[in-house]
Design a protein around this ligand. Structure first.
Ligand SMILES: [Zn+2]
Length: 289
């Protein structure tokens, strides 16, 4: 499939008719760990793709154009990235455009935590479980459903207690960076879905305890961790703001809080930066928040 898309993509590069509309980046500059948004505003497209860092991503048509969400992973080096887009209109006419996305490096804070040793260096019998669960999550994060998302909002009202990408030192050992955002919410606080979506997973997992994963479509998913109570089932359809569970401290947790991870096309991105990006996108597109 990818090969077919690549061949099509390359063949599209040789035609260049004029047409009506504008292809822009929502922000020409983003940090590593954020989402870049490529926006087509103009006549309807039948097909659009963009090449970013050797990957070909789709522009998904919508009411007033098309949108591509580009994950800029935490490990993407700072620099200028050339985006090559090919757009096909409803008559099959094609145009190509090149834009430059500037990635700036963001320094993340360091955090030292003390946890039960088994949660930092799992014993052999936990390793199998951890591997199984990691595979299950990867499978869910690879979903590419049609778009459910519209507007986005915070999952809880409380302030942030742990930022995305923090370099974590657990019991004195450096571990992988913090995969999401932590909110300082007391046990029992209702957790709201950050956007429209469908429940892709409800499970009790080693690290994240009682966990809900919501599929927002087009490769964008959110994961809510350490819940004390889950209030939805697999395949439930949710509207932005619908309550899906309650805050708790299950799994690898030092106390009640909500941990929110957001994945775009398999890449972890900063949930708060994503919310800010969508706020801006919806302003540009004239949608209500
Ligand atoms: Zn966390």
């Amino acid at each position: 499939m990818m090969r077919l898309v690549l061949v099509l993509f390359i063949s599209l590069l040789f035609t260049q008719p004029a047409w009506c509309g504008e292809l822009t980046l929502l922000s020409r500059q983003v940090h590593n760990g954020e989402v870049a948004v490529l926006l087509w505003q103009g006549e309807p497209l039948s097909f659009g793709v963009v090449r970013f860092r050797n990957e070909v991503l789709y522009l998904y048509p919508d009411a007033d154009g098309a949108v591509a969400l580009l994950p800029v992973g935490l490990n993407v080096p700072a620099g200028d990235y050339h985006l090559l887009a090919a757009l096909v209109d409803l008559h099959g006419q094609t145009t190509t455009t090149e834009l430059v996305l500037q990635v700036e490096y963001k320094k993340r804070p360091e955090e030292h935590l003390t946890l039960p040793e088994r949660m930092v260096t799992p014993v052999a019998k936990d390793v199998d479980r951890i591997n199984r669960e990691s595979y299950l999550l990867q499978e869910k994060f690879a979903l590419q459903s049609p778009r459910f998302w519209t507007t986005f909002e915070r999952p809880v009202d409380e302030s942030v207690s742990g930022v995305f990408g923090e370099r974590r030192i657990l019991n004195g050992k450096p571990k992988s960076p913090h995969s999401g955002t932590d909110f300082r919410s007391p046990s029992g606080t209702p957790i709201r879905s950050i956007s429209n979506g469908r429940v892709a997973l409800v499970a009790d997992l080693f690290y994240t305890g009682q966990t809900v994963v919501v599929d927002h479509g087009e490769g964008l998913l959110s994961l809510y961790a350490h819940l004390s109570k889950v209030l939805v089932e697999q395949d439930h359809e949710l509207i932005v703001g619908d309550v899906l569970g309650q805050v708790g401290s299950t799994g690898r947790s030092t106390g009640a809080h909500l941990h929110l991870t957001v994945k775009l096309l398999g890449e972890r991105v900063d949930p708060l930066a994503l919310l800010a990006t969508f706020e801006k996108l919806n302003q540009v597109k004239g949608l209500d928040q």
